[in-house]
Structure formats: C-alpha cells, structure tokens
Design a protein around this ligand. Sequence first.
Ligand SMILES: Cc1ncc(COP(=O)(O)O)c(C=O)c1O
Length: 459
Amino acid sequence: MSARKSYEAPRLRQLAVGPMGKHRLVDVLPASVVEGGWDAAELVARFGSPLFVVSEERLRALYGSFRETFTGDGVTTRIAYSYKTNYLPALCAVMADEGAWAEVVSGMEYSLARALGIPAADIVFNGPYKTRAELERAIGEGALVNIDGFDELAIVETVARSVGRTARIGLRINFRVDNQLNWNKFGFSVEHGEAEEALARVAGRRRLRLVALHNHCGTYNVDPGIYTRAVRALLQVARSARRLGLAPTTIDLGGGFPSANALKPAFAAPGVARRSGEALGDFADAILRPLARARGLFGPSPTLILEPGRAVVDSAMQLVCTVVATKEIAGQGAVVVDAGVNIVPTAYWYNHHVDAVDGAESEVADGMRQVTVYGPLCMQIDVLRDQVLLPPLAVGAPLVIHNVGAYCLTQSMQFIQPRPAVVMIGPDGPVVIRRREEWRDIFALDSVPGRLRREGYAL
Ligand SMILES: Cc1ncc(COP(=O)(O)O)c(C=O)c1O
C-alpha cells in the first residue's frame, strides 16, 4: 500500500508576472495559487475565516494587460472600470491609480466614484434608471451620461436646461444578434428605428451634445465576433448621426469580456466549455480592425471606451474558507465549509477552482477523491463546488476558492451568515479593507416599536 501524503496547509504565493506582451490577458495570470508568500492558514488565523483576499499586484497586472491589449493605432482607449462588478473602495482606488475611469449605474456608485476623487469628466453614467437628482448632479458636474430611452432623453434635456449646462450624452444602442434581440431591455433599438429616432430628437438641441454611441452586448461573451457586430452597428448609427449634423467622438463598447473562470458546461456556449487560459487578443482585433476602417465616423481622433468588469478583477481576489464538517453522503465524499453561496453567488454558474494544497485540483495524489464542497447555509443548493478532486480534509483545514473578484461581493447577501472581512495584500502585506460584519451590523437599520420590546431588549 502506498504511503499517504501528510496534509499540508495551502500556501498563498506570489505569482511571478513576467513581461506582458500585447494581446495577452487571461493567460498571463493563470488561475492558480496566490500571493506574496502568505499562508492561507496564517491569514485566516489572523483575520478570521472566511476571508476574501485581494491581490493588489494581480489587480494592477490584469488592468495593465487589458489596457495594453485594447490599445491600437489611431484611437484613444479609455478603460472605465465597471463599479458594479466589485465596488470595494480600495479596489476602485487601485483602478483609479492605474488611470481607470469609472463606469457607474446608480447614484450610489456615482457618489462612491466622486468620493474616491474621480473627476466627473472621467465617469460614464449608464443604466436604465437614473433619478432626476442623480442626473442633475452628473450633468451639472460634466459626467458622460449614456441615455437609455426616450423618457430619460426628455428628462436629461430638462435637467440640462435647469442646471445651465450642455449635457454630455451618449445613446445606448441595442441591435439584433443572431435573430434575437440581445440585452434589449437597454437602449434604443437599431432594427425598430428607435436609434434613428433618438438621433433626430438630439439633433439641433442646444443643451445636448452627442459625445458617444454605446452598446454593452452581454456578459462573459465567448465569441469575439459579437464585438465586431457591435462596432458595425454603432458605425451605422454614427453614419446616420453625421448625416443629421451630429459629431460623436466616442464609441463605447461596454464590457462583457470573459475572465479566467470556467463556466459550468450548462452555461457555456456549445463547444466552448471555458475560455480560461486564453488571451483577449482576438477580442481586441474584433474591435480595433473594423474601427480602424471607418473611424472618421467618430472624428479624426476617436475615443474607444471599454467598461470591463470580470476580466479585470475576477482573478485578483480569492476566498479562504475553513472545513467545518466532513461527511459521506450516499457513498460520496462531502465537506462543509464556513463560506456559502450567499458570498459566492457565482458558484451557481462557475466551476470555481478549489485548492486544498498547491495545485491540488489538477495534481492527483494518493488518497485524493472527488468531493462536494457545501456551504454552511440551511439550503440544499448551498454548494460551492460539485465533485472536485481534493485530498483528505479534516475539520479546520483551509480551502482556497479561486477567482471570486467579480460579482461576489456586490451580489453577496447577509443570508443566515454575516459577510467576511476583506484584506488586500499590497506592498505592506495584508491590510484590512473591509472589516468583518458582526451580527449587530445586520440589524443596525432596524428598530422594534417600544410596545413590543421585552425585558432584556438590547437591539
Ligand atoms: C453597461 C455595462 N458595462 C459593463 C459591464 C461589465 O460587464 P463584465 O463584468 O461582463 O465585463 C456591465 C455588466 O453587466 C454592464 O451592464
């Protein structure tokens, strides 16, 4: 019988990021163990478990690589980081330090961007619902407002008049993809003539300056061709705009670029189980080539805005959690950990890479077996990862769930369990950038009418 390997705690190690060539993104930073020599067990011992860990170095590398990949001759590329993907203030501050603009979709996100010192001119305000007060502020301060529909267009004109400014606007455009209206909740439809109609309403309005045409064609797009279709659709609209005497200077193609995560087969496009490990160069070509051929439509020196979310943050954040129980369920191995789908909602559609020891998921060692990793919530669907190869695990062992930077924190909820702390590992080592929630935080907004308070009431 072969000797069992003794259990070794996972180590978070610094990833050597080599020189980054153009047109490389995901493959520069493979989904493997992180970070600066920090031991996962040591981190949770110090900061508590579960614990989100942001790597500042990875974040900067992902951002820099993305920007470089999408930089082409004759266009000025601006990266407006999508706040909704992960609006940890410290993370947004790193993005700003790298030169990112902010893409926001609510007054709350707008206020955060401004509070972080982002100039209004570097903010792209998107989304289907902006209140009048939010529009007054954004237009008054000179942000770019991408208009989502005719009602908003009318309000924006009134607001511009009332704040005495010319509103810098974009029109969000949607177009038919493969005979389906893709993301057609948003913007003005090309096929239904709404885009033309919107241009006609903007033309000749003193208080409206059409700066941009915008499209965001979906999320985790695996087909670069969709961006070529988006460029062509927006070029067609730009042609109409110029005929009406409008002069857009900016093409905004939104986000939607894939990250280093693996989609579950049920959600992947046929034949494309994952793009993880592939580069984004073909996405850049899909945008920059058709744009280069017709860029006069956006003036002599067009600006290309991209609004990446998951592609620039997903693999910059990991979650360290701890095994709290081990089980055999109908002859299958199972572990229960202290982190659930309330903080990793992406576990519903990603097969997140899980490590117990370095590279455990891919290295077959003695004693390893397929186990299901359950969270601590009182719900059967609380599964962080189904059937993953792991070594024998005892209660107290840390596990690392990889690539949880996108949409985990912003879509997390305090369901049964409060949310964990977040540390960022930067030049000074790990620093707490969000403290752990206590039970009192969850009820801080509540009150119980006096007549219902019992002896011992302490809320
Ligand atoms: C308008 C807009 N821009 C950017 C993004 C970021 O998308 P992703 O994280 O897929 O890059 C989204 C996400 O849905 C969006 O709606």
